[in-house]
Ligand binder design. Structure first.
Ligand code: PMV
Length: 328
């Protein structure tokens, strides 16, 4: 049989509601975006990634997934080319998309499909391995499952429960329930604005933890974000785009009051605001990306670009990771 290659894609994500509060047990809602990572795997004599020999330190997600799959020896070597429209290290989940796309590629190559639960576990562990044991399953679950994903520390009524994940960390075992939310928001788009500033998630999370230690009264913001997230969820279920946008802006105001926004983010948010139903940062903040919910994506994208950002337009909720054979 002629050995064939594999083509896989996986979506990035934005967080609609609940970042940072989710670290303290509140729910969060993420959405799979149109911008995807692509992987092309073609038969080779040795494993390479973008022309470089595969290396555990440089390609931790791929090596972790290979190990869990049973090791490199059981796999035919491939040249892996990583591409697509997801900027790295900007809070859009590019590393999780890499894991999700590679996992789907392994399934294709070995003709062995894994359960949803197992796929979620392996992609999450690959992310955790690469991030020294700290990773929530939000990015990997959204990239694998697509659509709208709700993460919570308990099973949520009225949502489609997909699987549970737990992770042993130095602070103990953390558990999450992962759900899908089916919602239709007609006639609106998200416009993502990338500041181009890299602010590591771990540093942002640490700074907020220090702030809460110094000002315990500010922890009440977690409850405020949870209430906004639940309002946002209800608005999503009702298909009420205005109310979703309103909740996004409210969520941002609380995040800003906690010091996790930045001047560059605020510039893009101010620029997008007049043409949008709602605006907020997405992810850890400090840099990275903001997003706007809008009925006029071109105008919002133009305003973001004029303010110095890089704009990307997406619908809400795109399909999860998938892989297919390349023609022989
Ligand atoms: O910046 P991102 O996409 O990695 O999102 C981070 C979200 C946080 O809530 C700040 C951290 C987390 O692990 O959930």
């Amino acid at each position: 049989m002629v050995q064939r290659g594999v083509f896989a894609t996986a979506p990035g994500k934005c967080i609609l509601f609940g970042e940072h509060a989710v670290v303290y047990g509140a729910p969060a809602v993420a959405v799979a975006i149109e911008q995807r990572m692509t992987l092309t795997l073609t038969p080779s004599t040795a494993w390479t990634v973008n022309g470089m020999a595969l290396h555990a330190a440089k390609h931790p997600h791929i090596v972790s997934l290979m190990d869990r799959w049973g090791g490199v020896d059981g796999l035919k070597p491939m040249d892996v080319v990583v591409g697509g429209a997801l900027p790295p290290a900007s809070g859009l989940g590019s590393s999780a998309a890499l894991s999700a796309a590679f996992l789907r590629s392994l399934e294709r190559m070995t003709d062995r499909s894994v359960s949803e639960d197992e796929a979620g576990r392996w992609a999450h562990l690959a992310e955790a391995d690469a991030q020294h044991g700290r990773a929530s399953p939000m990015d990997t679950s959204t990239s694998l499952l697509g659509g709208l994903v709700v993460l919570s520390n308990r099973k949520e009524e009225d949502l489609i429960h997909r699987y549970d994940r737990s992770l042993d960390t130095s602070e103990g075992t953390v558990t999450w329930s992962i759900h899908s939310l089916s919602a239709e928001l007609g006639g609106v788009h998200l416009v993502i604005g990338n500041t181009g500033v890299h602010a590591p998630t771990a540093r942002q999370v640490q700074q907020l933890a220090e702030r809460f230690a110094q000002h315990p009264e500010q922890r009440q913001a977690i409850g405020a974000i949870e209430a906004i997230t639940r309002r946002g969820l209800a608005a999503l279920k009702a298909g009420d785009a205005e109310a979703v946008g309103h909740a996004m802006t409210e969520n941002h105001i609380v995040l800003r009051s906690l010091g996790v926004s930045s001047e560059a983010l605020e510039r893009l948010i101010d620029a997008a605001s007049p043409t949008s139903l709602g605006v907020k940062l997405t992810g850890a903040g400090g840099g990275g990306c903001m997003m706007a919910l809008t009925r006029d994506p071109e105008a919002t994208a133009e305003a973001i670009e004029a303010a110095g950002g890089t704009a990307m337009i997406t619908t809400l909720g795109n399909h999860g990771a998938e892989a297919s054979w390349l023609d022989a």
